[in-house]
Design a protein around this ligand. Structure first.
Ligand SMILES: CC(C)(COP(=O)(O)OP(=O)(O)OC[C@H]1O[C@@H](n2cnc3c(N)ncnc32)[C@H](O)[C@@H]1OP(=O)(O)O)[C@@H](O)C(=O)NCCC(=O)NCCSC(=O)C[C@@](O)(CC(=O)O)C(=O)O
Ligand SMILES: [Mg+2]
Length: 291
């Protein structure tokens, strides 16, 4: 089963209190941020705090992702040094516009891994696409490095770039979301949706979670611990879906004994893709059923 990455919780890197206890909320991944949630005068402090957090025993059993500043900024290389040496599992590139951005980041990481004795290739990458140019290049970005675990949408920057704003239904994001899903699936990597910024609007969050589940995303960036359980519940299969998946597998096994490639279950066709889907549902059910 591939690693679960339903919830990736952003934690502002300069917030020492949040850094000290975020593990208690148990998101699938913790995403320490050194980029847009950190004020310019706090950049050095945030880098040091995140470096220390990465090495703390509390963060050894949970996937750690760090969003670094772009390499062409004065902070990018310093961030990368701290994060790779600190042992982050994944580096998140902000505002990825092209495959070259990913390749440049990978080159810089190789140098640091060699210099600090970390196994070359052990630092994974996650590219966030946050512009019209990035969406145009999504396919190349998704294929740019073997280290990529996935690509993600950064919607707040993206809507600014295309000169609109976010709406409850997300019409303005549909093209970008589909481009990300298509590119990720074609490259065999994961696809992550963007943050939902209105933290007190639980129904709005649930609507967006249902929408991105239907589109096929693996997970979503989050900004608040209250969003974690809500998201996990939306992404979990229901008891009815699990029962149906079990019935499909049983019927498929019976059909296989009779040498049949396609069979009927309650009047509906069951063949290869439907059986694969049933197996996937049962895998997802191992981490919980919808309440
Ligand atoms: C939104 C708010 C201020 C609300 O605060 P509130 O105080 O009202 O929250 P409450 O619920 O009352 O907090 C209850 C308890 O949880 C603790 N707690 C809250 N949030 C926590 C957290 N994240 N981690 C750990 N702990 C947390 C809190 O400390 C308290 O602890 P305690 O006092 O002990 O009870 C807060 O959540 C927050 O700062 N979020 C992170 C914001 C952030 O990272 N932004 C950057 C990434 S987006 C971006 O850059 C755009 C993007 O790039 C994205 C893309 O690429 O997708 C694009 O372009 O779209
Ligand atoms: Mg952004």
């Amino acid at each position: 089963m591939s690693k679960l990455r339903r919830s990736m919780l952003f934690v502002p890197g300069a917030n020492a209190a949040m850094l000290s206890n975020t593990f208690i909320y148990k998101p699938d991944s913790i995403m320490f941020d050194l980029e847009d949630s950190v004020a310019l005068r706090e950049k050095d402090t945030a880098r040091m705090l995140v470096f220390n957090a990465l090495q703390h025993p509390f963060y050894q059993d949970i996937e750690t992702v760090v969003r670094v500043n772009p390499l062409n900024s004065e902070f990018g290389l310093k961030d990368l040094n701290a994060v790779v040496r600190g042992g982050a599992d994944v580096v998140r590139l902000a505002k990825t516009d092209s495959a070259e951005d990913v390749i440049a980041m990978e080159r810089a990481i190789i140098e640091i891994e060699k210099a600090c004795g970390r196994e070359v290739g052990s630092t994974k990458l996650l590219a966030a696409i946050e512009s019209a140019r990035g969406i145009n290049n999504a396919v190349e970005i998704a294929h740019a490095s073997e280290r990529l675990i996935g690509i993600a949408l950064g919607a707040e920057d993206y809507v600014r770039d295309i000169r609109t704003q976010r709406s409850p239904g997300g019409t303005e994001l549909l093209f970008a979301r589909c481009a990300i899903i298509q590119a990720a699936r074609a490259a065999g990597i994961m696809a992550f949706d963007t943050v939902y910024s209105d933290v007190n609007n639980e129904q709005g969050f649930l609507n967006e979670a249902e929408h991105i589940k239907q589109l096929g995303f693996d997970g979503k960036s989050l900004i608040n611990p209250r969003q974690i359980e809500l998201l996990h519940n939306v992404l979990a299969p229901s008891q009815a879906e699990v029962d149906h998946a079990n019935a499909v597998i049983e019927a498929a096994e019976e059909g296989a004994k009779q040498g049949l490639g396609v069979i009927s279950l309650n009047g509906k066709m069951v063949d290869g893709p439907i059986i694969d889907r049933a197996r996937w549902t049962l895998q997802r059910a191992q981490s919980g059923i919808k309440q």
